[in-house]
Design a protein. Structure first.
Lengths: 306, 238, 317
């Protein structure tokens, strides 16, 4: 993974421009976009790690988030554990689940090309969706927590205050991850494997272990995020599904392997969506923003390469 | 009239200049050698002329026609063929079908015509086991498939990128004979070669590249004596 | 000749099915044929080496195009199927010009997004599409006559099978196979890669559009949630993988096999029966990447060649 090597300045520029315009026009959209965008970035980060280091696009990414949400839900319903407290057990649960998935399936298609990898993770995503359907049906479920519906009023706007937790968590996870990659031996090994797996193997790094670690950590981060999200979302088997696509859009925006870029791309997308949503009568189209961005970015890059 | 005229060809990868304002021509009935040390930009020259990579500047003129902006497949249809340094056979095809592809699309033949043509080419290049799948073939046979596919589109300009690499000396001689035979059919041939004995044996003229620049050209015997050529190959102190 | 008689036998068996099979079996067969066509169309695109997840999207577009053209323009339902095909092909042409410049994961994920994108568009154009509650036709095609519907779908499926067979025997076969094997070799052998990709993408999308149309005409309603359902993406892929990709026989066998299993599963587990499909995809990818058809064919050939060897050795004695 080429951390910090991609220039993210153009993203900064676009973001800055949008922020100014939107700030003048509708400040609440700005804050709302920041909150939502942080969540996007938080969810996209694990996908980017697996893609950047293992060269695997995990189509079951969104479903791991869904599993996390249901795990947290079960802990709340059956044991009255608050979702925020359940982040820890759910984190551990998803690390283990990630490990199992890695050993049983992912490990066997490493380096086999994109076709089996995509089909395999697609199959896994279906299995997870359907398993959830078998146990909990498609009925949407909610967890009500009073603290999650609090809001603050700035001027004429009312903004949910709980969602600032997303922003905090996103920045915290990004910061910790960067520290980890820079300061620890394992982090350096991850970095080396991302750059050149064969070279890393030659200098004595256990590449397989690094892959296992990355897949588990990615899965774990989704578990962490799930606990924090649960009080604010309604969950059903397909809740996480769109996030695989959105996450990939962010990775494409940021440039493969750029960690800083993902945070920026997430916030940019979040604000762009919030702006579209704020236009009366056209709010429904905001779901297409990510696709527009994805196509635009991929096209632009493709043409540059040609 | 030269078959190929290259004027001020420029190819950059980011900041790196791989081919620097290169100009040369290739004539019918000659075998032109492109030689030079590793990283001199030899394969890049082929890639740019055959259209596998876009140019950064300059022009490629083939039979008095500008082809600089044309995509690779159109250049092949016009009569520019190439082989690859590391063989790139089509795995799901037999040897014969590999060769058919060149006739089908480079020459725009129909299926049965292409099959006949491919069979003729197999005979011409002495490839007997042509109905076998790719993974059953030897290196020489794979090289012959590369060559056969390139020939199947009836090229007037043929690039051979290190076609001798990986062959033993007997096979190398076979290949040299074959290339000479191809030349007789009024094809301009450009070979990239590392083995100097082959260059001396085969080419009528060579171009010596070093870091994207032509540092010498002329008949091999003459060029190989020049000081800057020896320096490029052996290093300054050598 | 033997082969033709063999095929003819199956076609006649299939065509006369309504005379000897009950209503339930007829219904199951209709569904299997629908998924068989989708599976073949997905496989034909895969033969170019590009993994497309777009089939559910074009299926949905065809469904809406067909229903709206019957309902708003008052054209005959059978004619509306052509409209569905043309519409899906047109959209595929426009979309294709953009996405077919992409490769590998970029192409796959962009096509995966297509169904979602089409669904959002359909939801938002609610005047035309009925929004999230969908639209209903007063009457199914052929007045809901299930035998005629079956014959129509059988006819379409036979055409799709023929297209698939022709594709594997045509010049295009050589082009797309080359592109799948090695795009750079293909380009330098005179193949216009983009043209062939667009061609295959457009006609497979047209097939998906027609199938979407006929499916909708059969049930006389559209609704975003069920029309753009994951089923129409998942099942065809699983069928082709199980049967064996890059062949005509693979998707056919896969569709029959999984289609029958699926009916049984629906009865015993109304929720989550698609789990098995996910599992099947995973198992096939991990343990049986060539699918049933190719493995069986290889076994058959090996046995044959062994017999030949035995003959030869006995002659030697």
């Amino acid at each position: 993974m080429k951390i910090n090597q991609k220039k993210t300045s153009w993203l900064f520029a676009i973001l800055f421009f949008i922020v100014i315009i939107v700030g003048i026009w509708d400040a609440s959209a700005l804050i709302y976009g920041l909150q939502r965008g942080s969540l996007y970035a938080l969810i996209a980060l694990p996908l980017a790690m697996v893609l950047g280091i293992m060269d695997i696009l995990n189509l079951a990414h969104g479903e791991l988030l869904t599993v996390g949400l249901y795990a947290s839900y079960v802990l709340f319903i059956n044991f009255s554990i608050d979702p925020l407290i359940s982040t820890l057990p759910v984190f551990i649960f998803l690390v283990i689940l990630g490990g199992i998935i890695y050993f049983l399936t992912i490990k066997k298609v490493l380096g086999e090309g994109h076709l089996p990898q995509l089909l395999l993770t697609f199959g896994i995503s279906i299995m997870l969706i359907e398993l959830i359907k078998i146990y909990w049906t498609t009925r949407p479920r909610n967890v009500y927590r009073a603290y999650a519906s609090s809001s603050i009023t700035i001027g004429n706007f009312r903004i949910g205050s709980y969602e600032f937790l997303y922003v905090f968590l996103a920045f915290a996870v990004f910061l910790l991850l960067k520290l980890f990659l820079k300061k620890t031996r394992l982090g350096q090994a991850v970095y080396a494997v991302g750059q050149n797996p064969r070279g890393a193997e030659i200098v004595g790094i256990n590449v397989d272990l690094v892959y296992l670690f990355i897949f588990c950590l990615s899965s774990g981060i989704l578990g962490l995020t799930a606990g924090v999200m649960l009080p604010r979302v309604s969950i059903f088997p397909l809740t996480g599904n769109p996030f695989s696509l959105i996450s990939f859009a962010l990775v494409a925006m940021a440039g493969m392997g750029s960690i800083n870029g993902i945070l920026l791309a997430g916030i940019t997308l979040g604000i762009a969506e919030a702006v579209i949503q704020a236009i009366p009568g056209y709010g429904g189209w905001s779901d297409l923003v990510f696709f527009g961005v994805l196509i635009a970015v991929i096209m632009a890059k493709n043409i540059q390469e040609a | 009239m030269p078959v190929l005229k290259v004027n001020n060809l420029l190819k950059k990868f980011g900041g790196l200049v791989a081919v620097n304002n290169l100009s040369f021509t290739a004539e019918k009935d000659e075998i032109l050698g492109i030689i030079g040390p590793n990283g001199a930009g030899k394969t890049t020259v082929i890639n740019v002329i055959a259209g596998t990579l876009p140019v950064s500047g300059g022009e490629v003129v083939f039979k008095d026609r500008q082809v600089t902006e044309l995509p690779a497949y159109q250049r092949n249809q016009l009569g520019i063929s190439r082989t690859f340094q590391t063989v790139r056979p089509l795995q799901d095809f037999t040897a014969l079908e590999n060769i058919m592809v060149g006739a089908l699309f480079g020459k725009k033949l129909q299926l049965n015509e292409a099959r006949e043509k491919a069979l003729k080419i197999c005979e011409y290049i002495e490839l007997e086991r042509h109905d076998l799948p790719i993974d059953k073939l030897t290196v020489l046979e794979l090289k012959k498939i590369e060559l056969g596919r390139a020939l199947a589109s009836d090229p007037e300009l043929l690039f051979l990128d290190e076609i001798m690499a990986g062959l033993n000396s007997e096979e190398t001689w076979q290949m040299i004979e074959l290339i000479r035979k191809i030349k007789e059919n009024e094809v301009a041939i450009c070979v990239i070669e590392h083995v100097m004995k082959v260059v001396a044996e085969l080419t009528s003229r060579v171009i010596v590249l070093d870091r994207g620049d032509i540092i010498a050209q002329g008949p091999y015997q003459q060029v190989s004596q020049q000081k800057q050529v020896i320096t490029a190959y052996l290093g300054k102190e050598g | 000749m033997k082969k033709i008689i063999f095929y003819l036998f199956f076609v006649i068996m299939a065509a006369t099915l309504p005379y000897y099979a009950g209503g339930y079996l007829l219904h199951v067969s209709t569904t299997i044929l629908i998924f068989m066509s989708l599976s073949l169309s997905w496989d034909m695109m895969l033969r170019t080496g590009q993994l497309s997840f777009g089939n559910a999207g074009f299926f949905g577009l065809g469904a809406y195009a067909s229903l709206i053209s019957v309902s708003n323009l008052d054209i005959h339902p059978v004619l509306s199927l052509f409209f569905a095909a043309v519409f899906a092909a047109g959209v595929a042409l426009v979309v294709g010009f953009a996405v077919l410049r992409l490769r590998k994961i970029y192409f796959a994920i962009t096509t995966l997004a297509l169904a979602l994108v089409f669904e959002v568009i359909v939801m938002n154009l609610s005047d035309l599409t009925g929004g999230s509650s969908g639209r209903v036709l007063p009457q199914a095609i052929f007045g809901g006559n299930s035998v005629l519907i079956y014959w129509l779908i059988l006819f379409i499926t036979i055409i799709v099978i023929l297209i698939s067979e022709l594709l594997n025997k045509s010049k295009t076969h050589y082009a797309i196979n080359s592109i799948r094997n090695d795009e750079i070799t293909a380009r330098s052998s005179g193949i216009n890669v983009f043209k062939y990709l667009v061609f295959v993408f457009v006609f497979t999308s047209a097939i998906q559009g027609i199938i979407g149309g006929v499916y909708t005409q059969q049930y006389a309603f559209v609704m975003p949630e069920s029309t753009f359902s994951l089923d129409f993406l998942l099942l065809p892929i699983a069928m082709a993988l199980v049967g064996g990709i890059y062949t005509t026989m693979g998707p056919i066998l896969g569709a029959i096999f999984l289609g029958l299993i699926s009916e049984y599963l629906k009865l015993i587990m109304p929720y989550g029966h698609l789990f098995i499909y996910g599992l099947i995809i995973v198992i096939v990818i991990l343990f049986l990447p060539e699918g049933i058809y190719k493995v069986a064919r290889k076994k058959y050939r090996n046995r044959k060649s062994q017999e030949v060897k035995l003959d030869a050795s006995s002659e030697g004695k």
